[in-house]
Design a binder for this molecule. Structure first.
Ligand code: HEC
Length: 114
């Protein structure tokens, strides 16, 4: 039974895995809170930025709940969109952290709608 020779190591590894999973969850939660602030500070001038507002799709500016609800919307698609200056949107030059935070915030609305 040499597999159980170091059972404490296996337990330590399991505990580490669980902890890193929890940290990833906490990181996302933290991103959502910061992204909420970015959206309400910078994006609210044009976009519907939260689920308290009606989910509408205007001809001009898609609302964040609507964006979150599109199948093709992912962290990667949002990051790509926000990293480049775009159409009629001001170029905020968000840094990678801010892009991740506001993208996490937008995607957090997916659950609220289902
Ligand atoms: C001055 C108005 C304006 C502001 C401010 C603005 N946007 Fe936009 N946004 C638009 C318009 C208009 C579009 C539609 C696409 C286009 O015309 O380029 C758009 C499109 C988008 C899309 C793509 C939607 C789709 O159809 O997939 C995302 C994501 C987005 N904006 C995120 C943001 C974020 C995040 C912020 C704040 C950091 C922000 N926008 C601030 C006007 C704005």
């Amino acid at each position: 039974m040499h597999v159980l020779k170091y059972p404490h190591l296996t337990l330590t590894a399991a505990a580490l895995l669980i902890c890193s999973g929890l940290q990833a969850g906490a990181q996302v939660a933290d991103d959502v809170v910061k992204g909420d602030a970015i959206a309400h500070g910078l994006c609210i001038g044009c976009h519907v930025v939260d689920t308290h507002s009606p989910v509408i799709r205007t001809d001009f500016v898609p609302g964040f709940p609507w964006i979150a609800h599109q199948d093709e919307t992912t962290m990667a698609s949002l990051a790509a969109f926000l990293a480049a200056p775009h159409g009629r949107m001001p170029n905020y030059a968000l840094n990678p952290d801010e892009i991740r935070q506001v993208s996490a915030y937008i995607l957090s609305m997916k659950q609220g709608l289902q």
